[in-house]
Design a protein around this ligand. Structure first.
Ligand code: AMP
Ligand code: GLY
Length: 430
């Protein structure tokens, strides 16, 4: 029996905790810092996800047998190296390999080295060279800051002058600080996006079910980018043949290529894929589980998550098979009005009791905290963030899952609540 710690406090971590809690191997579950919903399945630890020194101390003091990391910042800060140095078991890539997410230049160069299909690109640390290179290119064109920018470091520019403004903002305006000391200018790819997340032991990778995110704030993929307004799994655009192609042309070359260089990538590896007319191409890698994809994937996973995570850490994934619920899963994000710009916090969430009684529905919390308990409800929750809840439903087909999910969504309310009403529309069209 194991004492397990999950690091993070969003919807992804609620989904991970919810799944881990059901493992026969888990005797005690902690989450740092967690949120209101997570407090119902794990004991919350008041340590921020990026305070890796405090986390290692907590894990030692509390005899934690296994730590699972949600967000990218602790990974790129070296939480895995620090835990291992202290003889603590942890699931995730080393600081060196987390650069696959932490540095887009590192990721692009790695893809070039291992012949992984991706958009053609050039790297610049000098604005004059970047601007004159742009004069030789055609729009639309994509500008990317090298470092972590909380999902905001990519500009898909419709015109060359828009691209020049983006580069000037990054390199002169320094809107992303040192994260844009280097930038990438890359060709714009057309197609449908999908997320392929695998679990890797350093030699072998086992894919999770496919999924698709919805990044823009408004219906029809309009408006600014967000941390994710909803997801569904599986993604019909990822046929069996396409998944095999992604495993053969993207995932295996990366994992095996790194292994040949003496570097074992252990952890979740997320490939953001554009399915183009000439096959799948990589848009980005993340060194972790996706958010909100994980919220739509975990309810479909029948196998024990703790078991596969342990197999990955122990290098025993060869021949490992994950079992999946065949049904569709849809997850809709309920966000605070104004998000991803300024928004209010502290609103009381209503209707969660009603949804708790619904079969095949689960609500994963993102920005919430537990409020004071009232006599007429089981629990009270207060909003603390922009993304508040991920309402998630299973259905025997995509239409059924969407309908059930929005039935649940309509039961929940808080002041100035916003959500997209078209999550899953691409799958529905197919
Ligand atoms: P990234 O952080 O690299 O995934 O970029 C965020 C989003 O920007 C992606 O999900 C795509 O929608 C878009 N994007 C990134 N690179 C490209 C590209 N080369 N062509 C078209 N869209 C892109
Ligand atoms: N859903 C995109 C991400 O996790 O970065």
């Amino acid at each position: 029996m194991m004492r397990i710690l999950v690091v993070g406090g969003g919807g992804r971590e609620h989904a991970l905790c919810w799944k881990i809690r059901s493992s026969p191997k888990c005797s005690k579950l902690y989450c740092a810092p967690g949120n209101g919903g997570i407090s119902q399945v794990a004991e919350l630890v008041n340590i921020k996800a990026d305070d890796i020194d405090a986390l290692v101390k907590f894990a030692k003091d509390n005899k934690i047998d296994l730590t699972v990391v949600g967000p990218e910042v602790p990974l790129t800060s070296g939480i895995v190296d620090l835990f291992q140095k202290n003889n603590l078991r942890i699931f995730g890539p080393s600081k060196d390999l987390a650069r696959i997410e932490g540095s887009k230049v590192f990721a692009k160069e790695l893809m070039k080295r291992f012949d992984v299909p991706t958009a053609d690109f050039a790297v610049f640390d000098n604005i004059d060279k970047a601007l004159s290179y742009l004069d030789t290119r055609k729009a639309p064109i994509v500008i990317k800051a090298d470092g972590l920018c909380a999902g905001k470091g990519v500009v898909v520019a419709k015109t060359i002058s828009e691209a020049k403004i983006a580069i000037t903002d990054m390199m002169v305006g320094r809107v992303f600080g040192a994260a844009a000391d280097r930038i990438i200018i890359e060709d714009c790819l057309a197609g449908e996006e999908a997320s392929i997340i695998v679990i890797s032991d350093g030699n072998t990778a086992v894919p999770l079910a496919s999924s698709q995110d919805h990044k823009r704030i408004f219906n029809g993929d309009k408006g600014p980018n967000t941390g994710g307004m909803g997801a569904y799994s599986p993604a019909p655009v990822v046929t069996e043949a396409l998944l095999k192609q992604v495993m053969d042309e993207v995932i295996d070359p990366v994992i095996k290529g790194l292994a040949k260089e003496g570097k074992k990538y252990v952890g979740a590896l997320y490939a953001g894929i554009m399915v183009t007319a000439s096959g799948p191409k990589v848009l980005e890698f993340n060194a972790r589980f996706g958010d909100p994809e994980t919220q739509a994937i975990m309810p479909r996973l029948k196998s024990d998550l703790v078991d596969v995570v342990e197999a990955a850490i122990d290098g025993k994934l060869a021949g490992y098979n994950l079992e999946w619920d065949k049904r569709f899963c849809v997850s809709v994000a309920l966000v605070a009005g104004g998000y991803p710009g300024d928004y209010l916090k502290g609103m009381e969430i209503k209707g969660l009791d009603k949804v708790r009684a619904m079969k095949d529905v689960v609500v994963f919390h993102a920005g919430t905290r537990a409020g004071t308990r009232k006599a007429d409800t089981q629990d009270t929750f207060i909003t603390t963030g922009g993304r508040v809840l991920n309402v998630t439903a299973l259905g025997s087909n995509i239409k059924g899952a969407i309908e059930l999910c929005y039935d649940a969504v309509r039961s929940i309310s808080f002041d100035k609540m916003h959500y997209r009403t078209d999550i899953g529309y691409r799958a529905l069209k197919k």
